[in-house]
Ligand binder design. Structure first.
Ligand SMILES: Nc1ncnc2c1ncn2[C@@H]1O[C@H](COP(=O)(O)OP(=O)(O)OP(=O)(O)O)[C@@H](O)[C@H]1O
Length: 283
């Protein structure tokens, strides 16, 4: 649904994008992660047409330019809402931009209000809402009209657990229904919840992309073993082969009281990629 190739964007001598390649398929959630300044937001700005790249190209559903913008639903990092009017009015506006009119528009607005648990505050002005409520409204403006490509830039920043779970549930449901979702976040556990494919951006390019299983394969997990021995009650051992390491421990004559294996996490992956230790699976 989204294919970006060789994007370059410079601001003076600084490269915000430096050969950025990324594809997102229909029904797929790609979690785009990376340090502050890695180029994630600039990528969204290029895809939306807000920023013109110096090189490279973006195809959406095989097309480009103004004609394909209608296929996009965007929740930007900075709030882009009309504070003086109600949540419903904001959604009405975005639904109109998505080409919905009359009863279809009203039905769609009701659906999105329910999906993001906004119905109780639908008639309040956006300007009086809390940060977490606004986050949900921003996501709702992206989702209204069911666009086939969603670009969500830190949609849960500052959100409380309830808001976060409402947003994640809505994002998962959209992907289930066939939308391609680009999901930018600094909260890696969200990508586990969403079972997202992961793309790591560094210095303006994607340096690793794959499923969580693919990317964490070969990274050490941790074997945690406890003993009755008060001199050494617990042992934590980084391991890529917990079975063999446990067998070696048992062969040494020590008797564990409990054994736990922690699989490598996305945090481990992030740290390993940043340290250049993990296998880079280029996009
Ligand atoms: N309009 C601009 N003018 C000058 N420099 C810019 C502009 N927009 C972005 N940059 C620079 O481009 C680089 C990439 O910024 P970008 O906002 O895309 O990073 P990011 O990965 O989204 O970061 P964060 O995680 O903090 O949101 C940064 O060095 C930033 O300072």
């Amino acid at each position: 649904m989204l294919v970006a190739e060789g994007l370059v964007k410079r601001y003076g001598r600084r490269s915000a994008l430096d050969g950025f390649d990324l594809a997102v398929a229909s029904g797929e959630i790609v979690g785009l992660i990376g340090h502050n300044g890695a180029g994630k937001t600039t990528f969204v700005e290029v895809v939306t047409g807000l920023v013109r790249p110096d090189a490279g190209r973006v195809r959406i559903a095989g097309g480009s330019g103004r004609a394909v913008r209608r296929l996009l639903g965007v929740a930007p990092q900075e709030f882009a809402l009309y504070n003086g009017v109600s949540v419903r009015e904001n959604l009405r506006l975005f639904a109109g931009l998505a080409g919905l009119r009359g009863r279809r528009r009203d039905t769609e607005i009701t659906r999105v209000l329910d999906e993001l648990r906004l119905a109780p505050i639908a008639d309040r002005p956006v300007g009086v809402l809390s940060g977490g409520q606004r986050r949900r409204v921003q996501a709702a403006t992206a989702m209204v009209g069911s666009p086939p490509l969603l670009l969500l830039d830190e949609p849960t920043a500052g959100a409380d657990p309830e808001t976060r779970s409402a947003l994640l549930a809505a994002v998962g449901a959209r992907a289930e229904a066939g939308a391609a979702v680009l999901y930018i976040t600094h909260y890696l556990p969200e990508l586990v919840d969403l079972d997202a494919t992961v793309a790591l951006a560094r210095a303006g390019r994607v340096v690793a992309r794959g499923t969580q299983r693919e990317l964490t394969r070969g990274l050490p997990g941790e074997l945690r073993v406890t003993f009755a021995d008060p001199a050494e009650p617990e042992l934590r051992l980084p391991t890529t082969d917990p079975g063999a390491d446990l067998a070696a421990l048992l062969a040494s004559g020590r008797t564990p009281t409990s054994v736990d294996v922690r699989r490598p996490s996305l945090d481990d992956l992030y740290r390993a990629l940043e340290a250049g230790k993990a296998r880079d699976v280029a996009a």
